[in-house]
Design a protein around this ligand. Structure first.
Ligand code: AFP
Length: 331
């Protein structure tokens, strides 16, 4: 008879997100646990959105809602659902005094003026992929407020600049659902185990490969890209790099983060300042890129150094493996 060890008989579940957060917090003797709780609130909202997405084909929450968001883009029902879910989770959690969302023009005051943090987020990015079962994501960015505690948050809380983020990350609703985040010290990824209802540490200390052979760009806009971008795309083709672009920033970024690659969204004639939003698309992913050894540039300098002037401002972005980003922008 073949005997099995305890490990073989009952494979360990692994480290849950809660346990990981608790252990990380204990490394900081003065930590109050509020940021930890905030990360848990985000994870909870992610689980709920994951459930909604999985049921989308069965209940009436797929497809357009017939409304437009602040950017003038058609809102999908799930955009609205995800926005409500996140706002509710952050309001109920109590640590966040205000939220900036892609879906709303102005900041949303949670009523928790005692909260130390503000969150900028795109609750559901890649809306055009919702109906067709392609990966979509949530992107978030966390700041410690600069306005006085116990008073309403101000716009300055959100316009601090990318270097002031104290944590950022994303949730990818893909072939599996993953939460990837950093509080500044490394980047870690957690895969959602549906049967347990828990995010489990699956990608410890993610390091973006220094170089790669995947490029992700919408080549449909090629004719209106700046010359340096056309030149770089040409070099990718000469080297027979793989073109991979699904039109969901989180999915395209995640692939390149793990395998080595670059995501480009340059300025175009239609969007001379780029399409992606600085505060809740570019900053958080630039933070993750840098903390994992990668780079993020707007073509002139690091994305995180851009001084923001408005909530929904846009930026071109070149993001991913350091050597590829450097080559693309010619530095
Ligand atoms: P939507 O959320 O409106 O689908 O935009 C997605 C996105 O912001 C980003 O996730 C994609 O990479 C990019 O826009 C796709 O834009 P193009 O359709 O112009 O390639």
């Amino acid at each position: 008879m073949i005997t099995k060890t305890a490990q073989e008989l009952a494979i360990p579940v692994g480290v849950t997100l809660d346990r990981f957060i608790m252990h990380s917090q204990s490394a900081f003797p003065y930590a109050t646990g509020e940021l930890s709780q905030l990360l848990r609130d985000i994870a909870l909202a992610g689980k709920i959105i994951n459930r909604e997405i999985n049921r989308a084909g069965l209940v009436d929450i797929a497809g357009g809602n017939g409304t437009e968001n602040v950017q003038g883009e058609n809102q999908q029902k799930l955009d609205i659902v995800a926005n409500i879910r996140f706002i509710r989770a952050l309001k109920n959690g109590g640590e966040v005094c205000a939220i900036l969302s892609e879906e709303d023009e102005d900041i949303i005051h949670t009523g928790n003026n005692h909260g130390k943090y503000v969150v900028a987020m795109d609750p559901l990015d890649g809306s055009s992929n919702i109906d067709v079962n392609v990966s979509i994501g949530t992107v978030f960015s966390i700041y410690r407020r600069v306005s006085p505690i116990n008073e309403p948050a101000t716009k300055e809380d959100f316009l601090q600049g990318g270097r002031k983020q104290i944590a950022a990350g994303y949730i990818l609703y893909g072939s599996s659902t993953m939460l990837v985040y950093s509080t500044g010290d490394g980047v870690n990824g957690f895969t959602y185990d549906h049967s347990l209802g828990e995010f489990i540490l699956s990608h410890k200390n993610i390091c973006c490969p220094a170089n790669g052979s995947i490029y992700s760009v919408n080549e449909g806009h090629y004719n209106s890209y700046p010359e340096f971008v056309k030149h770089y795309i040409g070099t990718c083709k000469e080297k027979s790099f793989s073109a991979r672009y699904i039109g969901s920033l989180v999915g395209d970024f995640h692939r390149n983060l793990l395998k080595g690659g670059i995501y480009l969204y340059p300025s175009t004639k239609k969007d001379p300042k780029g399409k992606l939003r600085l505060l809740y698309e570019c900053y958080p992913l630039a933070f993750i890129a840098e903390k994992s050894g990668g780079k993020a540039s707007d073509g002139f300098g690091p994305i995180l150094d851009i001084v923001p002037s408005s909530f929904h401002q846009r930026s071109p972005i070149y993001l991913g493996s350091a050597a590829m980003v450097e080559k693309a922008i010619g530095s």
